[in-house]
Design a protein around this ligand. Structure first.
Ligand SMILES: Cc1cc2nc3c(=O)[nH]c(=O)nc-3n(C[C@H](O)[C@H](O)[C@H](O)COP(=O)(O)OP(=O)(O)OC[C@H]3O[C@@H](n4cnc5c(N)ncnc54)[C@H](O)[C@@H]3O)c2cc1C
Length: 392
């Protein structure tokens, strides 16, 4: 019997890989997706019930085509699956003249407003008094102000992944879970992908292994990527309905230092219990297979007492749940979307850090175009892999 030769193999079926597999099978490609775990799972970067999405992308104008296309695809997926993937809640980005340079942007509030104005995105700038008047659970300092985008909201990451995998399977994609890819090799006629269980042949390969991507890159390109452990907390609400998306926006609160950064998420009615809060840290790197996945009592107390209590009403000290999640960071915190340095048969991505999910639907489509068409619709030059090699 002749072994199946696929048009495309996708390694890693999290946010980016599930989107790529869905797009490939939608186009009629014979596609195989492989994941070492069983996505959606809680060991990578795409769990935790909700992900912020907004239309003005202050991280850089090169993301604007991706966000616009992603927003279209999320709507298409909702129509095709009958599931709610996005909740419109509005979104606030709060900062002051003293705010830390979040994602390397000097003034994230100002930059968001500038980009929104340039791209015709409805927004407002709110003073501290106006923030309190509209959202009485928040207690900003008098010198703080906010960018408010009414059309922004939260995506449901597990559902997005699940839906794209289900639709991909329905249109003929093969999906292997619990199967770790250990290597790959390109030759003149295709690519061989080796797993712990078997080997497979395809014309093209997409590597979307998230926090594990370094393991699949050449030695020369590993140094420019690091992984940081991040925390997701859920605290008990006095009245959880006050945090539902129709009443409460997401809040990105940029303090005076990077340690003083945190976000609050609206709580969809059918979501996890409690109200979700996240922080960020960049000082300690880890490895995805060695990371400490236990959130300590000290870490919970720090989240509640230092970051939350002075600025948000309506939450009790009781932690109802907490999870560890992984950021995968390039030095400039921008995405990777490019051909492999040694062969165009292989396309590589790892657009993690803290801002990848909202773009993942369009990243998946872009990866598929690169693999199947030999080029893509959007300018992705800023996301090149040469950045990793340069000073590695
Ligand atoms: C706490 C936190 C909050 C965030 N908040 C936001 C937000 O509000 N908005 C936003 O836009 N983004 C946010 N992000 C970022 C976003 O979630 C990530 O950028 C995105 O989910 C990364 O997707 P991925 O596909 O690269 O990784 P993953 O979804 O982790 O997928 C990688 C997959 O590869 C598989 N894999 C790895 N190695 C192998 C192998 N050898 N063989 C087979 N399979 C393999 C893994 O099992 C995994 O399923 C946040 C991230 C974190 C951690």
């Amino acid at each position: 019997m002749t072994a199946m030769h696929y048009d495309l193999i996708v390694v890693g079926l999290g946010a980016m890989g599930s989107a790529a597999l869905f797009q490939a099978s939608r186009r009629g490609a014979a596609a195989l997706g492989i994941d070492r775990f069983d996505p959606p799972h809680t060991l990578g970067s795409s769990h935790g019930d909700t992900r912020i999405t907004r239309s003005a992308i202050a991280e850089g104008e090169m993301y604007m085509p991706l966000i616009r296309r992603s927003n279209e695809i999320w709507r298409e997926l909702e129509a095709e699956s009958g599931r709610t993937l996005f909740h419109r809640s509005g979104g606030l980005i709060i900062g002051s003249d003293n705010s830390a340079a979040f994602h390397f942007q000097g003034d994230f509030v100002e930059t968001s407003a500038r980009i929104a104005a340039k791209f015709g995105i409805q927004h407002e700038i709110l003073s501290a008094d106006e923030i309190v008047r509209r959202f009485p659970l928040l207690t900003p300092r008098p010198d703080e102000r906010a960018y408010f985008e009414a059309g922004a909201g939260v995506l449901r990451p597990e559902r997005c992944i699940e839906t794209q995998l289900e639709l991909a399977r329905r249109t003929g994609a093969a999906i292997h879970t619990g199967e770790k890819v250990t290597g790959y090799a390109a030759d003149a006629r295709g690519v061989t992908v080796t797993t712990e269980a078997a080997s497979y042949r395809a014309d093209k390969l997409i590597l979307a292994a998230g926090a594990w991507i370094s393991e699949l890159l050449p030695e020369t390109h590993r140094g420019g990527i690091r992984v940081c452990r991040q925390l997701i907390h859920w605290f008990e609400a006095e009245d959880r309905s006050a945090f539902e998306p129709s009443r409460f926006p997401f809040v990105i609160w940029i303090g005076d230092t990077l340690e003083d950064f945190w976000s609050v998420f609206p709580a969809p009615a059918a979501g996890m219990s409690g109200v979700k809060l996240v922080t960020e840290q960049y000082h300690t790197s880890t490895r995805p297979d060695e990371v400490d996945r236990v959130v300590t009592d000290d870490e919970k107390a720090d989240m509640y007492h230092r970051l939350t209590k002075p600025r948000l009403k309506g939450l009790r000290e009781r932690s109802v749940h907490a999870e560890v999640c992984l950021y995968t960071l390039t030095r400039d915190e921008h995405f990777l979307i490019d051909y492999h340095p040694e062969t165009e048969r292989v396309v590589v991505t790892s657009p993690c850090s803290g801002h990848g999910f909202k773009h993942s639907a369009a990243v998946g489509e872009t990866l598929t175009q690169l693999a199947l068409d030999g080029g893509c619709e959007f300018d992705i030059s800023a996301f090149n892999l040469a950045r990793l090699g340069a000073s590695a």
